[in-house]
Design a protein around this ligand. Structure first.
Ligand code: PH4
Ligand code: ZN
Length: 307
C-alpha cells in the first residue's frame, strides 16, 4: 500500500535523517529503486515528473508503483508528483492514485504561489495526500555572488515562515543554491547552509533539497570510460549532502545520478559488442549500477535500516 510522503518525512524530521526521493522514467529504474530500498531496509519516496508521466502514461506510473509496493509490503513508500505545474496537474495525479504532490509555483509572485499552493493543499489534504511547495529559484550560486543577488534568488526565511503557516503545506523546498542536472556549480560548490538553518528554525517542518545529485567519482569514471562526456559537470559533494541533512533537509531529490549510472553501463555494453541487441544484456548491468548508487545514498543520508 502506498502511504503519504508526510508519514515518511515527519519521522525523518523528528529523527533527523534524510530520505532519498528517486525519480523514475521506466520499469528498470523503478525496479532498481525498490530493490535498493529492500536491500538497505530504507523507507522510500519514488517520484515522477510531468515529463515522466507523459512518457509512461499515468496509469502505468501508478500501476507499476502499486505492484512493487505490494511485492515489498514492509517498505513504507510514497508516490510523489515532482514539479507539478498547476492545480489541475496535482488534481489529476491525486485522482490517479499519487499519495503526495509538489506544486511548483515558485516562479510566480509570493502571493500567487501562496494562493495556488493553498488550493492544492485543500484538495490534497481532503484526499489524505501530502503537499510540497517551493520558495526561491533553483540555481547554482557563484563564489562571488553578492548578498543582494543571493536575496533575490534564494529562499527568504521570513517569507518561508509565513508561507508555511498560511498554506499548511507539509514540506517545503527552499532554494539554497542547488540546480537540476549535471552542471550545478560554475566555480567551487557552494550552498547557503545558514539560510537553510534559519528556514528550518522558523518553519520546523520537513525540508526538501532539489538538484541533490552528487555525481560520485565512480559513476563519473564509468560514464567517461564508456565514452561519455561530462565536461564541466559538478554535483553536490557528499559532505554537503550530510551537512544539508544535519541542517534540516529530509527529502533529497535524486535523478541525474541514476541516469548517468544507467547510461554508462548501456554504453559500455554497446561499445563492447556492437552486434548485441538483447535489451536484457544492456539493462541488467545498468540496473546493478543504479542500485549501487541508491544503496550508498540511503546509507549516506541515514535512511538505511530505518524500517
Ligand atoms: N528533480 C528531478 C526533475 C526531473 O522533467 P524531468 O523528468 O527531467 O525532471 O526534481 C530533481 O530535483 C533532481 O535533481 P538532480 O538533477 O540533481 O538529480
Ligand atoms: Zn527538482
Amino acid at each position: 500500500m502506498l502511504i503519504s510522503a508526510s508519514e515518511i518525512l515527519v519521522k525523518a524530521h523528528k529523527e533527523s535523517y534524510g530520505v532519498g526521493a528517486f525519480n523514475f522514467v521506466n520499469f528498470e529504474i523503478l525496479k532498481s529503486i525498490f530493490e535498493s530500498a529492500h536491500e538497505a531496509s530504507s523507507p522510500l519516496i519514488v517520484q515522477a515528473s510531468e515529463g515522466a508521466i507523459k512518457y509512461m502514461g499515468i496509469d502505468m506510473v501508478v500501476g507499476m508503483t502499486k505492484l512493487f509496493a505490494q511485492k515489498y509490503p514492509h517498505i513504507p513508500v510514497a508516490l510523489h508528483l515532482d514539479h507539478g505545474t498547476s492545480f489541475e496537474s496535482c488534481k489529476n495525479a491525486i485522482e490517479a492514485g499519487f499519495t503526495s504532490v509538489m506544486i511548483d509555483a515558485s516562479h510566480h509572485s509570493f502571493e500567487e504561489n501562496l494562493e495556488i499552493t493553498k488550493r492544492v493543499v485543500d484538495f490534497a489534504h481532503s484526499h489524505g495526500v501530502s503537499v510540497e511547495a517551493e520558495l526561491g529559484r533553483l540555481m547554482g550560486i557563484e563564489d562571488n555572488i553578492s548578498v543582494d543577488e543571493k536575496d533575490a534568488c534564494l529562499v527568504n526565511p521570513l517569507e518561508a515562515e509565513v508561507f508555511v503557516k498560511e498554506s499548511k503545506v507539509d514540506f517545503l523546498a527552499p532554494a539554497i543554491g542547488t540546480s537540476h542536472g549535471a552542471f550545478k556549480f560554475k566555480g567551487e560548490p557552494k550552498l547557503d547552509f545558514e539560510r537553510l538553518l534559519e528556514v528550518k528554525r522558523l518553519t520546523n517542518i520537513p525540508l526538501v533539497l532539489h538538484g541533490a545529485s552528487a555525481i560520485p567519482q565512480s559513476v563519473r569514471e564509468s560514464f567517461l570510460q564508456s565514452g561519455g562526456d561530462l565536461k564541466g559537470s559538478k554535483g553536490v559533494p557528499f559532505e554537503f549532502l550530510k551537512e544539508a541533512v544535519r541542517g534540516g533537509i529530509n527529502k533529497i531529490n535524486t535523478d541525474t545520478d541514476l541516469r548517468i549510472a544507467f547510461m554508462a553501463e548501456v554504453r559500455k555494453v554497446a561499445n563492447e559488442n556492437n552486434s548485441e541487441f538483447d535489451l536484457r544484456k544492456f539493462f541488467t548491468p545498468a540496473m546493478s549500477a543504479v542500485k549501487s548508487v541508491i544503496i550508498d545514498r540511503m546509507k549516506l543520508l541515514g535512511s538505511a535500516n530505518k524500517i
